[in-house]
Design a protein around this ligand. Structure first.
Ligand code: HEM
Length: 241
């Protein structure tokens, strides 16, 4: 495991190994990467809140507790909410449980289809290519926040056209989406730009991108807010008319 500011390269215990057919995987590329590199159990099963927290923190330097983790494991942490969010009363999840609809999973994803149109758990290479093609003419080697919004708006228009009957995309799902955009902009971006060469590794092969280094400063709720706020303004502006 590399220390902050140095390249994270797969060592013998954290080599990249694509999943077996019986392994559990999620609609989240980051969590799948953690399993593919052995920072989570490689079968992606019986994960506790603490295992998820530790792995996300160790590899990406993100404190995931204020985001989805405290909600997913509601039942264990908060007796006032025994209904839980994801799996009521359970202390562990398998990665595929994160694909339960309209909890943390949502429509209008960057690289996954709406569940009524196709597989919502696995990336579609055509959508990954479309995300890369959203790069603006001035930065054809990188993706910016504006580029990612451009792709999100295209995905939204597609869902409205082909999935209007089933589509659920309220402010909650939009904010979740923008939070995921913020994760990659912070973790993989520098000066607001993500190298295009990271995109296939992250979204398609689900492995730690070659040459990527972990940020020294932790990403937490305070770092999330301005990124989500500006994403919200861009998305609302683009879809206003
Ligand atoms: C324990 C922490 C996390 C949980 C529970 C979680 C859960 C999820 C879930 C359920 C989705 C599916 C949303 C959808 O339907 O599109 C998702 C998507 C996503 N996650 Fe995570 N995630 C976590 C951490 C992270 C981190 C640390 C990163 C970045 C390093 C990340 C990046 C993403 C991205 C970019 C997507 C969007 C995929 C797409 O739209 O194609 N996540 N996450």
């Amino acid at each position: 495991m590399a220390v902050d500011g140095t390249a994270i390269s797969a060592d013998s215990s954290h080599a990249y190994v694509p999943p077996q057919a019986t392994d559990s995987r999620s609609p989240c590329p980051a969590l799948n990467i953690l399993a593919n590199h052995g920072y989570l159990p490689r079968d992606g099963r019986a994960l506790t809140k603490d295992m998820l927290y530790q792995a996300v923190k160790q590899v990406f330097n993100v404190d995931a507790r204020p985001f989805s983790l405290n909600k997913i494991f509601y039942a264990r942490d908060d007796p006032a909410h025994p209904e839980g969010l994801l799996l009521p009363g359970k202390d562990t999840i398998d990665l595929e449980d994160l694909n339960l609809p309209n909890k943390v999973e949502h429509e209008v994803s960057l690289t996954r289809h709406d569940r009524h149109l196709a597989d919502s758990n696995k990336p579609d290479p055509a959508l990954v290519a479309a995300l890369k093609a959203a790069t603006s003419s001035s930065t054809t080697t990188h993706l910016t926040a504006t580029d990612i919004t451009r792709h999100r708006v295209t995905r939204y228009a597609h869902s409205k056209q082909h999935n209007a009957q089933n589509m659920v995309y309220t402010t909650k799902e939009l904010v979740l989406s923008l939070g995921q955009d913020a994760f990659i902009l912070y973790v993989f971006g520098r000066d607001g730009m993500i190298p295009l060469e990271y995109i296939d590794d992250f979204f398609l092969l689900e492995r730690i991108p070659n040459g990527w280094t972990k940020r020294e400063q932790e990403f937490n709720f305070n770092s999330m807010v301005p990124l989500v706020a500006s994403g919200l303004a861009r998305f609302k502006w683009a879809t206003l008319w």
